[in-house]
Design a protein around this ligand. Structure first.
Ligand SMILES: [Zn+2]
Length: 197
């Protein structure tokens, strides 16, 4: 896990399998989160979940933290889309993917490069069209291949619209098409679509 080197704690993380190139994104994210943790030599540390009074983790308390976080962002409507995502009647894996897309946390080539993961230029292009750099908006909404899929879905639903190119605007535009009673259905369709992509 780590060791003291001349009074300074150095993390030495070990993994049960060899890391793939894309795992480095998550490792860097983890390291950036634990980088500011100050440890005391000779003192045994332990796990503590701050969101519940008895310090033990529960899904219920994690859900409350996310809702609270989302509610605080909904003043002036910021973050409203995250509430819609978590409340949708879609598979949890799909909702998690949608949430990561809206937060731009997917391990796209652009995000990996931003995290100093070395990717050769030839491999940083979109896996679908092989002509543009792979970033979240391109991969899920702008690329000709995925954009066609979105318009096919619109046509299948009997709807017409010009869809925006950024994740949040795309979600809000797509889910406000049709009648008000269709909104929940359209949210589920959007979540499942990005999951399938
Ligand atoms: Zn593309």
């Amino acid at each position: 896990m780590g060791e003291w080197v001349e009074g300074i704690w150095e993390w030495k993380l070990e993994w049960v399998r060899e890391l793939r190139e894309r795992d480095l994104f998550h490792v860097n994210e983890l390291l950036s989160l634990i980088d500011n943790v100050s440890l005391t030599p000779g003192k045994i540390d332990g796990w503590k979940w701050k969101a519940s009074p008895n310090s033990s983790f529960s899904v219920n308390s994690a859900y409350k933290v996310m809702c609270r976080d989302s509610r605080s962002k909904t003043q002036s409507n910021k973050g409203l889309e995250f509430q819609y995502i978590w409340k949708a009647a879609a598979p949890h894996k799909a909702k998690f993917s949608a949430w990561r897309i809206l937060k731009d946390r997917m391990a796209t080539c652009e995000n990996l490069i931003r995290r100093q993961v070395s990717i050769p230029n030839a491999e940083s292009i979109c896996v679908f069209c092989r002509s543009q750099q792979e970033d979240t908006n391109h991969l899920f909404f702008i690329c000709q291949r995925t954009s066609e899929a979105w318009y096919d879905i619109l046509s299948w639903l009997g709807l017409q619209a010009v869809l925006p190119s950024s994740a949040k605007d795309h979600f809000l535009a797509f889910t406000s098409l049709g009648n008000k009673r269709d909104t929940k259905l359209l949210r589920n369709v959007w979540i499942c679509m990005v999951w399938c992509i």
